[in-house]
Design a protein around this ligand. Structure first.
Ligand code: PEP
Ligand code: MN
Length: 345
């Protein structure tokens, strides 16, 4: 940790800063420049995080040396992590191909979509049972009945399943049915929920909040990791912007930025990022090209009848064509799409 003192810090203040730091058990290193004095603190930086150092008279700025997300950081784990969802490895060159409807509507609907996306090459099936809707009058999801359908269809088609958990009280229940627990954009900073999924048995898919910075996402991942669940996959799904051309602003650079800071796999969700089926393929390719560890896409066999997010759903045949092209792009980049059985041919 480095403390930069104010230009007008008095000698008494400099000595007070040094004395306070030494009291806390730190070695200090004083460096006096023409305009500024800086104090280097040598010791366990974690201990300093709870102390309001800028409240000490004369201190202008505090510059941490270590990253605040210790477990999520590349410092803690210099190689990319591989997270297993069912038998599917995600990360380290293995791409998650998550596909399915926004919401689980019926057993028949899930069977139809699961058959199609499995045939197309998806390796993880998605479907929402608890839907975080903007309006309380919109379809809220089938709840536990939806979880049962998802599990049954996942087993029938031998696909691991992911579904969103919106409430800390439901984590145990969702953990019983799902292979991957999704924390949605609206809950990315629900710290109680993050701590709870941090104690779950299954891995977590953490979506970036719509106004969250890259640092915010990594700090949220840290909540999960710090509770003992070391299996976290991040997801870039677009941030709020002024432009109505797309539903959100797909921040493809954030994927590369996260990979410079963290070992955690990160996938992209061009469905929620763009809200436009005609733009989903281009953004999926961009995500893979920039280094994403997978693609999350909403697929529905009859979008006009979908109970949630129908306008952004790809038809199964469009999804199939997209997977073929992603496979080509991935192989050019030395990456691969494992099968749902975890084979990485
Ligand atoms: C979803 O995956 O259906 C969803 C609601 O996503 P997000 O949290 O990114 O809006
Ligand atoms: Mn959706």
């Amino acid at each position: 940790m480095i403390l930069i003192l104010k230009p007008d810090a008095t000698e008494d203040q400099v000595q007070h800063v040094v004395a306070r730091a030494e009291e806390m058990g730190f070695q200090t290193h004083l460096s006096r420049g023409t305009f500024r004095t800086i104090v280097g603190l040598i010791g366990n930086e974690e201990k300093l995080q709870a102390i309001p150092l800028t409240a000490i008279p004369g201190v202008a700025q505090v510059v941490p040396v270590m990253s605040p997300y210790k477990l999520a950081s590349l410092d803690a784990h210099p190689q990319p992590s591989v997270v297993r969802v069912g038998r599917v490895p995600v990360g380290g060159g293995n791409l998650a191909m998550i596909a399915g409807p926004c919401a689980i509507e019926s057993l028949e609907q899930m069977r139809t979509i699961a058959a199609a996306v499995k045939k197309a090459g998806a390796n993880i099936l998605r479907g929402g049972a608890y839907k975080p809707r903007t309006s309380p009058y919109s379809f809220q999801g089938l709840g536990e009945d939806g979880l049962k359908i998802l599990r049954e269809v996942g087993d029938e088609f031998d696909l691991p399943v992911v579904t969103e958990v919106t409430d800390p009280r439901c984590v145990e229940r969702v953990d019983q049915y799902a292979d991957l627990l999704q924390v949605g954009a609206r809950n990315m900073q629900n710290f109680v929920l993050l701590s709870e999924v941090g104690q779950a048995e299954h891995p977590v898919l953490l979506k970036r909040g719509m106004s969250a910075t890259v640092d915010d996402v990594l700090m949220s991942a840290e909540y999960v990791l710090s509770q003992g669940n070391s299996n976290v996959i991040l997801c870039e799904r677009g941030v709020k912007s002024f432009d109505k051309a797309t539903r959100n602003l797909f921040d493809v650079a954030a994927v590369a930025a996260v990979q410079r800071l963290s070992h955690l796999p990160i996938i992209v969700d061009p469905s929620h990022a763009t809200g436009r089926p005609d733009l989903i393929p281009a953004c999926a390719f961009a995500g893979i090209a920039v280094g994403a560890d997978g693609v999350h896409i909403e697929v529905h066999h009859c979008p006009e009848e979908a109970k949630s997010d129908g306008p952004q759903a790809l038809l199964p045949e469009q999804y199939s064509e997209l997977v073929d092209r992603i496979r080509e792009l991935a192989s050019l980049m030395g990456r691969r799409i494992p099968t749902a059985d975890g084979e990485v041919a």
